[in-house]
Every structure is written in structure tokens, then in C-alpha cells.
Design a protein. Structure first.
Length: 246
């Protein structure tokens, strides 16, 4: 069985990494190129880059910024935000991404997941799900969809998604722990890997998430001190979590 993964996340707006609480009150926390390089050097298993304003601004992902980050990485790289078609995805892969994450565009047209999987392979297609109260929201959490997160994850898998990036809006940025109930329900409904996102405040929170998911997304807990990733890995091993040695 693959070891659980620790995945720093760069939420980017205006070319800078930002972080808020429950998707609100975004504040600048650093340069995405430098943070991406620091996480790669610190032994992250993968990196996720999400252009959180691309859909709201009606534009594509910042491809040149993706290229600059990719040049500094020695780890797999997932990019999302503004991916509306196969052409957008192929451009990101050409810029150095290993996987593409799709959210709002897939909710509007679920067939997009199948098109991407047929062209790129399911291993390169991540469905990003933002959920509040168990219900999916789109457009950076601003619009209700009426869909249940568990049902949408199951449908996305059937349409070709090879991984689920599940963010609990309720827990996001709170550092009070992941939404284990939601994460466990989604993970139990699909056979593809699930990345738990939203709420990490310490090693115990991450360990709890990795009991139900295959990977943990990390943001607030790391951005002010990227080297925290090294000590976090050691703390997780002390808690009995078989993470990779960096």
C-alpha cells in the first residue's frame, strides 16, 4: 500500500500565495515560486497550486507562473483554477504540471472529466470538491450547487477522475482539525485516493486525517515556516503514521 502523502498547497491570487479562513479574509503569505521551491526542498511528497481567482475573473490559470514554479520543483505538481477544457489542461501539463484539478467547470459540465481522462489518463485528472455542510459549492465557494459531496465524488470517479481533492469550507483555515466525518464519508464512497483539505493545526490533526484519507493538504500550518514540514513528518512518525522519510 502506498505511504500517505503530505501535500503543501499554494492558493494563489494576484500572483501571490494567499490564505484565509473559510475562504474569506484572504491575506498575502508569500511568493509562490519561493514557497514552492522551499516545500520541494523540505521533502514534500507533492505540491498543489490553485489559482483561486481564475474562475471568478473568467480567465485561465497563470500559465507562466506555473512554468516558473515547475522549474524549481523535484516533486509531482498539481495545478487547478480556470481549467475549462482539454486545451487548458494540456497547456498546464506542457508548462510542467503533472496533474490538473478541475472544480467549477466539471460541475457545470461533468463530461469534461471524461474528456480529460480519455486524453490525459485518469492519473492526471483530479476533481476538486469544496463542500460546506456536506454540500458542494462552486466558484471558489461562492455559489451553491445543490449537490451532495459524497454523490458528486462518486459520479466524478465514474466519469474518469483519478483523485479527489476534498476541501471542507467549514474547517478551512481554522486550524481546528479536518472534517473527518465528511472526509471519511467521501473516502468510503470512492476507490480513488482522497486528499483531505482544510483545518490542519498540528500533527495530531494530520494523523487523524490520514486514518481516513490517502493524503493531507497543508497550508496555514506551513506557510509561515516551510521548514515545519520536516518536524511535522517526524511528529507523525512518533504518532505511528508511516509517512515517507524525507
Amino acid at each position: 500500500m502506498p505511504l500517505p502523502r503530505l501535500i503543501p498547497c499554494l492558493d494563489v491570487a494576484g500572483g501571490r500565495v494567499v490564505k484565509g479562513v473559510r475562504f474569506q479574509g484572504l491575506r498575502d503569505v508569500g511568493d509562490p515560486v519561493e514557497l514552492g521551491a522551499a516545500y520541494s526542498d523540505a521533502g514534500a511528497d507533492e505540491l498543489v497550486f490553485l489559482d483561486v481567482k481564475a474562475t471568478l475573473d473568467g480567465r485561465r490559470t497563470l500559465v507562466e507562473l506555473v512554468r516558473r514554479i515547475a522549474e524549481r520543483l523535484a516533486i509531482p505538481f498539481t495545478v487547478g483554477g480556470g481549467v475549462r477544457g482539454v486545451g487548458d489542461a494540456e497547456e498546464l501539463l506542457a508548462a510542467g504540471a503533472d496533474k490538473v484539478a478541475v472544480n467549477s467547470a466539471a460541475l457545470e459540465r461533468p463530461e469534461l472529466l471524461t474528456e480529460l481522462a480519455e486524453r490525459l489518463g485518469s492519473q492526471a485528472v483530479v476533481v476538486a470538491i469544496d463542500a460546506e455542510g456536506g454540500l458542494v459549492r462552486s466558484r471558489a465557494g461562492t455559489a451553491p450547487t445543490g449537490r451532495e459531496a459524497v454523490a458528486w465524488a462518486r459520479e466524478a470517479e465514474s466519469r474518469g477522475a483519478g483523485e479527489v481533492l476534498l476541501t471542507s469550507i467549514d474547517a478551512d483555515g481554522t486550524r481546528n482539525g479536518y472534517d473527518l466525518s465528511l472526509t471519511g464519508a467521501v473516502a468510503g464512497a470512492v476507490d480513488v485516493p482522497v486528499i483531505a483539505s482544510g483545518g490542519a493545526g498540528g500533527a495530531r490533526h494530520v494523523a487523524d486525517a490520514l486514518e481516513v484519507a490517502q493524503a493531507a493538504l497543508l497550508a496555514s500550518i506551513l506557510h509561515e515556516d516551510p521548514e515545519r514540514l520536516v518536524s511535522l513528518r517526524a511528529e507523525l512518525r512518533d504518532l505511528g503514521v508511516a509517512v515517507r522519510w524525507s
